[in-house]
Structure formats: C-alpha cells, structure tokens
Ligand binder design. Structure first.
Ligand SMILES: [Zn+2]
Length: 229
C-alpha cells in the first residue's frame, strides 16, 4: 500500500518491495521507487519518479513501469539499456537517461548516478539526497568497488543498501564489504530471499563495525531513517 504518513523533517521512510533491490522511498515531498518488480501497480500510486538500475528481470518490469507511469504521470530515470526499451512504451519526454556522473532533480530531491559493478549492459547505482539532506545509496546489486570510498567521503551516507545474495558473486561478505567501504549510519542487507544471509551480514557488521546500525528489513514494512547529526 502507498505510505499515507509524511516523514518528519530530516527523516525518510523506506519499504523493501521484493527479494531483490526494489525499494520505495518517501521523503517529505516526494515518493521515489527504485527497481520495482513483483509488486502491484496500486502499491505504486503516488509515485513521483521511478529509477531503474539495469535491464535484468529482477530490476526492470516494463509492464509495471508503463502502467504506473500512466496512472501517476511520474518521471522515469533509467540506465541506457533500460531507457532504450522503455522508450517503446512510455512517452519519450518522461524518460531520462542515467549514466554515471549525472545528477537529476526531482523537485528538491537530488539523484546522482554512480557506477555499478555488475554484469549488465550499462548498470548504474543511485545516490538520493532528500530535500533535508538525508543521503541514501541504492547500490542495485553491485559488487563492492574501490570508488565507493570516495563516494562515501564526499556524501557522508545515512543509509546504504547492500546486496548479500542472488547476484553473481554476491554473498554476506561482499555485502559487508560495501558497508565497510561506504561507512553508513545504517546498513541494510537486501537482494536475497535468505534470512540466514541477512543474519550473517548482521553478524559480520556487528563484529567489525559495531557503530554501524544494521537494519534487517521485512518486505512491505515501513522503516524510518533520520539524518545523522
Ligand atoms: Zn538483481
């Protein structure tokens, strides 16, 4: 269901939508959905923007995006391969290409596009900064990569999503490596259908980075994160 409440200042809400990288984010003014698959269009009512990271089936559902765009009039921001195929079914003026180094505004919310280490055509990751400065790094199903350190130093991330399974080479250890490189206030293990993998991630994090909070999400529940002071 769409989130009815509005987050307070300096706070965002998020919902994990599926076993993969599907995330719904709500800031005080905007609702942004990343990589929605396996969800009903009515869950995406009130969407202001959809962000797509790459063309794989667990990230790009062309039918769902097309229907949601029609229902809501939302903007769609997508990696080049996904954008190319979305242009067949969406009004072209509603699609923006995302490639690393670009920044796109959704009202007062900023979306910066970064690289993604994953075997897809032109995969990307996204840093979303809310109008109050809450910083979220949606890493799609990327493997850790060295530039994550510079990104984190520059951005001072509040919330980072870390892939712990399903994708090639992804394990609780590589998920932890993302947390280690990006040093967020809150790390979230996702892209898995195994609670055991999430627990392993949490255990490693607790041992090696005791000051970083681990939030193990359940699907379709609302979580809130407040900007670090
Ligand atoms: Zn994936």
């Amino acid at each position: 269901m769409p989130i009815q409440n509005i987050p307070e200042k300096n706070t965002i809400f998020f919902v994990w939508l599926n076993h993969y990288a599907g995330i719904l984010l709500k800031t005080p003014t905007k609702t942004i959905v990343i990589d929605p698959v396996d969800v009903k269009p009515r869950q995406l009512a009130n969407t202001d923007a959809i962000l797509i990271t790459h063309e794989h089936y667990d990230h790009l559902d062309q039918r769902l995006i097309t229907e949601t765009q029609k229902n809501t009039g939302c903007q769609v921001i997508a990696d080049l391969a996904s954008a190319k195929s979305l242009k067949n079914t969406l009004p072209p003026e509603k699609i923006q290409n995302a490639y690393p180094g670009t920044e796109i505004k959704i009202g007062e919310v900023s979306v910066k596009v970064e690289k993604c280490q994953h075997p897809a055509q032109n995969p990307v990751t996204y840093i979303i900064t809310s109008e109050d400065g809450v910083k979220i790094f949606h890493t799609a199903d990327s493997q850790p990569y060295p530039e994550m350190v510079q990104i984190a130093e520059k951005e001072k991330l509040d919330l980072v999503f870390c892939t712990v399974g399903i994708a090639p080479g992804a394990t609780p250890e590589t998920g932890f490596e993302i947390a280690r490189l990006t040093k967020p206030q809150v790390a979230v293990p996702y892209h898995t259908n195994s609670p055991a993998e999430q627990k392993q991630f949490a255990d490693i994090l607790k041992t090696k980075m005791p000051r970083t909070a681990c939030l193990i999400p359940e699907q379709n529940k609302i979580y809130q994160v407040t900007k670090r002071r």
